[in-house]
Design a protein around this ligand. Structure first.
Ligand code: ATP
Length: 196
């Protein structure tokens, strides 16, 4: 009998992808022995307020550069191709239809857990996937969420964000160590984030 395929789903804006994302993805992949981790850039975040998100084409190209050295990482452009608001449940249903035998693990940061009950059709999400909550410390599971569907993983977190990186680029400050190989060159070549 074949072992169950375990697939990780890691959604985000990835504007741009940075080493904080890569650390989480590698750590979770290894800890749970996931066959593949899919990075899934969103088109329109359900709670998003930013209007100046970089075109999907560039975010996808940077993701492809970043995952190149990692055998088990893949990119999915499902949310970009689907169009409209990027709801996690629709992405999960898509992966379920593509890989009916797989067990799906959906990554979320511990800071998002408290608000998880506001996610579109969140109860269905919990029926379909295991939530992987990553953080440095044991988080608190809100009462309304089933404990057996939530896995806490302590990952080494680096305190950076895409927002910080965009700001630093705009200010002409150094960011090379925060970005995966090939990404700084891509940003420069395309003139992204108002760099100088
Ligand atoms: P922004 O600053 O533009 O909001 P971000 O850096 O938070 O971006 P997202 O594209 O929103 O990046 O990232 C997707 C997920 O990655 C988020 O849900 C967030 O929890 C997680 N993440 C972001 N930065 C880090 C980090 N430094 N360490 C661990 N996880 C991170």
């Amino acid at each position: 009998m074949n072992p169950v395929k375990k697939i990780g789903l890691f959604g985000g804006t990835f504007d741009p992808i940075h080493i904080g994302h890569i650390i989480v993805a590698e750590w979770v992949q290894d800890a749970l022995d996931l066959q593949t981790v899919f990075f899934i850039p969103n088109l329109i975040h359900p709670f998003g307020k930013r209007k100046d998100i970089t075109p999907a084409k560039h975010r996808l190209n940077m993701l492809h550069l970043a995952v190149k050295p990692f055998e088990r990482f893949r990119i999915s452009d499902y949310e970009i191709q689907k169009g409209g608001i990027s709801y996690a449940i629709e992405t999960i249903e898509y992966f379920e239809s593509q890989m009916p035998q797989a067990r799906l693990y959906y990554f979320i940061g511990a800071d998002n857990l408290a608000d998880f009950h506001r996610w579109h059709r969140y109860e269905e999400i919990l029926q379909k996937v295991r939530l992987v909550v990553y953080d440095r410390k044991e988080g608190h599971i809100p009462e309304n969420l089933p404990k057996e569907k939530i896995i806490f993983l302590q990952t080494p977190l680096i305190e950076i964000s895409s927002t910080l990186i965009r700001e630093r680029i705009r200010q002409g400050r150094a960011v090379r160590s925060l970005l995966p190989n090939g990404v700084p060159e891509y940003i420069r070549e395309k003139g992204l984030y108002g760099g100088r």
